[in-house]
Design a protein around this ligand. Sequence first.
Ligand code: ADP
Ligand code: MG
Length: 353
Amino acid sequence: MSALNTFKTLKLDRVGRDFGAMNALKDLSLDVKRGEFIALLGPSGCGKSTALNCIAGLLPTTRGSIWLDDKRIDTLGPEDRGFGMVFQNYALFPHMSVRDNVGFGLRMRGVAREEAAKRIDAALATVRLSNQAQKLPGQMSGGQQQRVAIARAIAIEPPLVLMDEPLSNLDAKLRLEMRQEIRRIHAGLGSITLYVTHDQDEALSLADRIVVLRDGEIRQIGTPEELYQRPATLDVAEFMGFRNRLPGDIVGTMGDTVSLNVGGETLDGSARENLAGGTAVAAIRPEDLQAGEHGFPAVVDICEYRGHAFFGAAKGPGGSEVFFRSASRMNPGEQVRLAADPARVLVFNEAAA
Ligand code: ADP
Ligand code: MG
């Protein structure tokens, strides 16, 4: 087992990566404790893969440093870091058996035959594929192939497991099953998992902490609960499902409670940052914006049944599109009023253009 394996913290200190004039990563700083499961969450192109590849050593960094405890590792080659990687497309060798695929990293490292056999058996058992060892990847389902890729990554007993959208190629049901599997494997390893995804549900269900990236920058770091309930900025809120953004004039504040005039009606919310101007934006989840007798007026566009409730879209104040929930079916063209619990209305400064 490599000396790196006994570390306590992974530290990124102002890590940057440029592609030509483009700053794909800007000053990424992050401390991760052994045992943590971290999700890097953000839209496509925000720098998630770049960050992961810099940590793995597959891409050189442009600035900053990466540490395992007091050992600087960004100067080491990828082999010497020895991290386990799992990619979206599995990247298995098609002509090699499952067993040989899983043993590949061990052979490359010159691990003795008997020891290698033991580790391969253990890795296959961990991903529950012990009885499929002789198959070729092409004879397996997508989910099984991804489990082989995970087994290959953990067979080398890596200090870090890095996963880049590993479930994106799987169907919805398999994705759910594999999430549980990945969480279970992580717990068994006791090391750090860094997991890249653009899927907020995946990040919320898997991670101990989520790092939200946007345009190469960390926008917020927090537990799933913190991010879900208290996003710090308007863009993080939008990414976490606060699909409604209603601009309004600030007509009163009391502590963190802010009253906005939205389309002539008062909408109360909770300020999430210091509000600078005379106007602000209220962010509300569709399930928290309820159709009824109170609130601001809107005209229904569509309304659909989703089993536990009806969900709809309507034209709100100033013609903006708003998404709401209703206990009963509403018809297109119908006038409604929409209201939300002030604790679930988050008020931010207007987004910078
Ligand atoms: P994500 O994984 O979040 O979708 P990436 O890390 O792949 O994003 O990319 C971040 C940004 O860096 C994107 O704008 C992308 O076009 C750019 N980029 C990534 N790799 C390269 C490269 N090898 N050369 C030039 N630009 C790149
Ligand atoms: Mg990517």
